[in-house]
Design a protein around this ligand. Structure first.
Ligand code: PPS
Length: 571
């Protein structure tokens, strides 16, 4: 075991009095409005969770972390913690200038002295840190499609913690946890990192891990940002609270970690270990495919199942925390208990039961039984509340295609068919209607089109979240914007992209609104298909041809697709 050090860890906050003064001074500075991910990073920078970092990485540290997993001075640090900003903001700054870092409501959380400004090689970062430069990896997608073009680096001065209104009593800084362990006399602490609800197998394996290490247990779930599509943290925390009661008294505690995960597998495991060391833990459970991002575009896992454990083991002494192997626990029906798979000697004589994550999601989505041997009734009840069967969830149908392709007509027919079925409110966000009401000031530049689509996406995501059906029918010519909208909506429900694949020639031949003629004559500029691009969707959920096909039939194809996905039930 590596020695436990519960002495207070350095934080980046100034004293209360200095913070009050600095806050007033900072109001005069240039401001950067932090993104949700940057707020998570800043919180852990300021409270020592990312110790020994003293701010957002400088260019030298960044290059060294990307290439060698180490800061420029050789200290192990696997993850680039960078402040990405727009070119315009970066250009407005001088090196050496202080900037205010504000949360999304404008509250100043800290300041940063800008010592470095550079344009990173994002493709290189993707390859080295995440192992592949492809958008199927959520962090690579973030890097290329969400993060600003320029990185700023420099030391941070902390003024105040980000404000959290939820589960306040369950959130602890590294120093608060260290103090708690000192107070309780917990000399050995096994940390369990998770972004998923806990079921009986997890309870069993974490309890065993703690027992084997003769240690106490810290359930340390991530509530910052996890993989898109995960169960929201409110639901998860209610589930964890129910599971906490199942451990023997005084052996286990739970604290919430406001980390923004990157799903970087092996590097992420090492990072998680360092963060837990900072929180006063001595042991850390690393599982199969730890922090794995799912499949790449070829349908394969990004990392090998034990890559994370291997990289962790290689650096264990330097991290200073002992790795505990995550045992694959399965339920043995005859003995009515969970056992580690590799310790079952009589495998051929007993019935081994297991439910995968995918199978669990299917059962929840379809409202099927979830057996008591698998999970705790309180957990299942919570999950059912947030994940009603698909046929009761909200969803979005997003039509895309050229002007005059028939999007609006099919969308209208679909709306009427869904209203006839009843059950959920249906809202049509047609291109023209939106441009009249929501986006009347916008034109057709790339910037304006993106803004228009993002507005539609935002409204559709709210509708989906609240259990309604949103039907969108804009041109939406840019694949990256459509993808961003998909991601926003998929947090709350299904997103069905329907490409109305009428050819440009046919749209022009129909020329319902006479716009193509004007576009050809140059009287309308930036006209999609004529003088402006259209990215044909590569893998839409559905592609409908409209030439020689009735509108009713096109709408019916969408209905059939919705049925096959379980989003509407057959009549
Ligand atoms: S976008 O790109 O998604 O923001 O476009 P959208 O909001 O769907 O608006 C498209 C409708 O605006 C009319 N129109 C143009 N379309 C494309 N390019 C240019 N320059 C343009 N100027 C006006 C056109 O009637 C589109 O309507 P639909 O219903 O698609 O035919």
């Amino acid at each position: 075991m590596y020695p436990q050090n519960l002495a207070p860890i350095p934080e980046l906050y100034v004293s209360y009095d200095s913070a009050q003064k600095l806050k007033l001074e900072a109001a005069e500075l240039f401001s950067h409005d932090l993104t949700p991910r940057q707020i998570c990073d800043l919180e852990l920078l300021m409270n020592g969770g990312f110790n020994p970092l003293k701010g957002f990485l400088s260019e030298d540290d960044y290059n060294s972390v990307v290439e060698n997993m180490r800061l420029a001075d050789g200290t192990l640090w696997p993850m680039p913690i960078t402040l990405d900003v727009s070119e315009a903001f970066a250009d407005s700054l001088e090196i050496g200038q202080d900037i205010a870092l504000r949360d999304q409501e404008g509250v100043i959380l800290g300041t940063m002295t800008v010592t470095d400004r550079w344009v990173p090689n994002k493709a290189r970062e993707a390859e080295k840190v995440f192992g592949a430069d492809e958008d199927a990896h959520p962090a690579v997608n973030y890097l290329h499609n969400k993060a600003g073009k320029v990185y700023l680096g420099g030391p941070v001065t902390g003024i105040q913690q980000p404000v959290h209104y939820d589960f306040r009593g369950r959130r602890d800084t590294p120093n608060e946890l260290r103090a708690l362990f000192r107070k309780l006399g917990w000399r050995k602490v096994v940390a369990f990192q998770t972004r998923n609800p806990l079921h009986r197998a997890h309870q069993e394996l974490t309890f065993r891990a703690a027992k084997e290490a003769q240690a106490n247990l810290l359930i340390h779930p991530v509530v910052g940002m996890t993989k898109p599509g995960d169960v929201d943290h409110f639901t998860r925390v209610r589930c964890y609270e129910a599971v906490l009661d199942k451990y023997p008294q005084s052996t286990t505690t739970m604290s919430l970690l406001n980390l923004a995960m990157r799903m970087a597998g092996p590097r992420e495991a090492v990072w998680h270990g360092l963060i837990r060391k900072n929180h006063g833990c001595t042991h850390f459970i690393v599982g199969r495919d730890h922090a794995g991002p799912g499949k790449n575009s070829a349908g394969e896992d990004f990392y090998g199942p034990y890559d994370a454990q291997e990289l962790f083991r290689e650096h264990e002494a330097e991290i200073g925390i002992e790795m505990v192997d995550f045992k694959h626990m399965v339920y043995v029906q005859e003995r009515a208990q969970y056992e580690p798979m590799d310790e079952i000697a009589d495998k051929d004589d007993v019935t081994i039961l297991n439910i995968s994550g995918t199978e669990l999601r299917r059962r929840l989505a379809e409202g099927l039984d979830i057996p008591e041997w698998f999970s705790f009734p309180e957990v299942v009840t919570e999950l059912r509340k947030t994940r009603p069967p698909r046929s009761q969830q909200g969803f979005t149908v997003f039509f895309t295609g050229f002007s005059g392709s028939g999007k609006s007509t099919i969308a209208n027919a679909l709306m009427v068919k869904l209203m006839e079925m009843g059950g959920r409110p249906v809202t049509l966000l047609d291109g023209d209607i939106v441009r009249k009401n929501l986006s009347s000031e916008l034109g057709f530049s790339k910037e304006h089109r993106d803004l228009n689509i993002r507005r539609i996406g935002y409204v559709a995501s709210e509708i989906t979240k609240n259990g309604g059906i949103a039907i969108c029918a804009p041109i939406a010519p840019y694949a990256t914007t459509r993808r961003a909208v998909r991601e926003e909506i998929e947090q709350f429900g299904a997103f069905l992209e329907v490409h109305v694949a009428t050819s440009l020639e046919e749209c022009e031949r129909r020329d319902r609104k006479g716009l193509y003629k004007l576009a050809r004559e140059g009287k309308i500029k930036e006209f999609t298909g004529i003088s402006d691009p259209y990215d044909v969707p590569e893998t839409p959920e559905l592609r409908v041809e409209t030439e020689n096909v009735e509108v009713d039939n096109c709408a019916h194809q969408v209905i059939l697709k919705l049925e096959s996905l379980g989003l509407i039930t057959g009549q």
